[in-house]
Design a protein around this ligand. Structure first.
Ligand SMILES: Cc1cc2nc3c(=O)[nH]c(=O)nc-3n(C[C@H](O)[C@H](O)[C@H](O)COP(=O)(O)OP(=O)(O)OC[C@H]3O[C@@H](n4cnc5c(N)ncnc54)[C@H](O)[C@@H]3O)c2cc1C
Ligand code: FES
Length: 263
């Protein structure tokens, strides 16, 4: 059940010129949040911007009641958010999203992310590794200036592959090319993905071709975040008997079985 909390910002780190990691104290949310859930942040007490902004959970630290999230400054909302200082309060609603990453019954996982889509994959990898699963992580970035969280993901992966489109850091090309090469060799049983749409489509196709379970997190643009505004519709790939024509990403997702959605 989502709760509203006025959370204290206890740590702020700038990890790239336009990317920040915030640690906030939210005991109620940390208790129930799952990998793949997100929170909605009210940026100001006024009306500009009016709507809350959705941000994924990066990490949960239950022993300290801390939730960490990482965001890129995109527009007015995230710009204002980046001006918060340690000790400030942040109005947070969460955990949100019914669809979360599920790893039950899977032992060998492939996690693939691109750009800022890598953030919701960290807690998933951390929990899976702690449960003794094999976690093969593939992270793709445009070039070496965009590479981030390498050490953090290395700690929670059995093996980490970093790719850059131009080859300016580690492997050259797209992360999916490396996943595809290693899928059979590593005996991957399920794929978990978040990132730009072209990457998600390629992952969806690969999973279909190889008949492998695949879950993708869709970070569509959102309005209300609670199923009230229709601002986040995604077309379902199921028959009309099984599901409605569209799902709300904010309620039914953001994580979906790859074969259940048309992206
Ligand atoms: C479920 C979910 C989880 C998310 N998790 C994260 C996260 O962990 N870290 C993070 O940095 N961002 C995340 N986002 C994206 C984030 O919500 C937006 O970047 C943010 O709302 C932009 O608000 P703004 O007021 O700064 O920009 P706006 O003024 O609203 O928009 C500025 C620019 O950003 C574009 N934009 C806005 N929202 C999105 C979006 N969802 N996807 C792509 N482009 C967008 C707009 O088209 C516009 O060009 C997530 C989005 C969703 C739906
Ligand atoms: S964001 Fe309003 S219905 Fe999903």
């Amino acid at each position: 059940m989502p709760t509203l909390q006025l959370a204290e910002l206890v740590e702020k780190k700038q990890i790239k010129p336009d990317i920040y990691k915030y640690s906030i104290q939210v005991p109620e949310i940390v208790k129930t949040a799952k990998p793949g859930n997100f929170i909605e942040i009210r940026i100001t007490e006024g009306t500009d911007p009016f709507l809350r902004r959705p941000i994924s959970i990066y990490q949960l630290i239950p022993e300290k009641a801390i939730l960490e999230f990482i965001f890129q400054v995109k527009g007015k909302g995230t710009e204002k958010l980046s001006q918060k200082q340690v000790g400030d309060k942040i109005d947070v609603l969460g955990p949100l999203g019914f669809g979360t990453f599920k790893t039950e019954g899977k032992q060998k996982l492939a996690i693939i992310g691109g750009g800022i889509g890598i953030f919701p994959l960290y807690e998933l990898a951390k929990e899976a590794k702690a449960e003794g699963k094999e976690v093969y992580t593939y992270l793709g970035f445009r070039n070496k200036d965009f590479v981030m969280l390498e050490e953090e993901f290395k700690q929670v992966s059995t093996n980490l592959t970093i790719t850059t489109d131009d080859g300016s850091y580690q492997e050259k090309g797209f992360a999916i090319n490396y996943l595809e090469k290693e899928l059979t060799e590593k005996g991957i049983e399920a794929i978990y993905a978040c990132g730009p749409l072209p990457m998600l489509k390629a992952v969806q196709n690969l999973a279909k071709e190889k008949s492998i379970d695949c879950q993708i997190s869709l970070e569509e643009r959102m309005g209300c975040g609670i199923g009230a505004c229709l601002g986040c519709a995604v077309k379902t790939a199921k028959s009309p008997k099984e599901a409605p024509e569209y799902w709300h990403v904010c309620k039914a997702g953001p994580v979906f079985k790859a074969q259940d959605v048309e992206i």
